[in-house]
Design a protein around this ligand. Structure first.
Ligand code: FE2
Length: 246
């Protein structure tokens, strides 16, 4: 394939590592997803398989081996695409301790952990999960905050989690209104107040949840400014992956 120059979106949250969760089923689909991401303008992709439920049996060693296999194949067709590995950690008991012990992967072995919750979790469950990770010396990145009922209803919650040092990620589809009005309104409220750090695709497949960010980048640029859009879709993610966070 004819490689374009590095264009720049950094997708912090994807389920493209094949055969390890409800994302890409096999290597062929994973390579198609990575190609789609590249052609849409993404140059860095973080593979963040779920760590919850039955997927807790995927050990870090197994994931790293899968990651090495996918990286080798991707390099043949997309040599300028950069891949990283992490987990999307569920709010399981002692999640912080599991990260600290290396049983759950942080984002590119950084001090940042992508942390997800049940959609109907309570405020106290969410705060406890955040504090658990912080207590272990890591910074939680709250995955798709707009998808939790409590974040939609409780307007003070974002202030609370930012106050203790958590970071907030939104899904591009939600920002664009493709996941319903309530999710979109929640995104707009947080974006307007400058309370968001990352927008990612949370890609699972080619059709329903594809790894595309360009449309969202254009939307955010138009509404809230290009500088903020680059921060959300490139700079902040690159900063935590490379240890350069402010
Ligand atoms: Fe996810």
């Amino acid at each position: 394939m004819n490689q374009k120059p590095v264009q720049g979106f950094v997708d912090l949250h994807t389920h493209i590592l094949p055969g390890v969760d409800d994302g890409a089923k096999d290597l062929a689909e994973a390579l198609e997803l990575l190609t789609m991401a590249w052609e849409n303008g993404t140059s860095h992709v973080v593979l963040t398989p779920h760590y919850r439920g039955r997927w807790r049996s995927n050990t870090p060693e197994f994931l790293r081996q899968r990651f090495a296999e996918l990286s080798a194949e991707a390099a043949k067709i997309l040599p300028n695409l950069t891949l990283y590995l992490g987990n999307e950690a569920g709010n399981v008991p002692e999640v912080g301790e599991k990260v600290a012990e290396g049983r759950v992967l942080s984002l590119n072995d950084s001090r940042y952990v992508l942390l997800e919750f049940d959609y109907t979790c309570s405020r106290i469950q969410l705060i406890n999960g955040v504090m658990d990770v912080i207590g272990s010396g890591y910074t939680p990145v709250i995955a798709h905050a707009e998808r939790y009922e409590i974040f939609r209803k409780n307007k003070k919650l974002a202030y609370e989690v930012l106050e203790v040092g958590a970071l907030i990620q939104l899904n591009a589809d939600s920002v664009l209104g493709k996941c319903g009005l309530l999710a979109k309104l929640c995104c707009s409220r947080l974006l307007k107040r400058g309370m968001v750090h990352f927008i990612a695709s949370d890609a699972h497949d080619l059709q329903e949840r594809p790894p595309v960010l360009r449309e969202c980048f254009e939307h955010v640029s138009k509404r809230w400014g290009e500088e903020y859009a680059w921060e959300l879709l490139r700079d902040n993610a690159l900063a935590i992956l490379t240890g350069q966070w402010r």
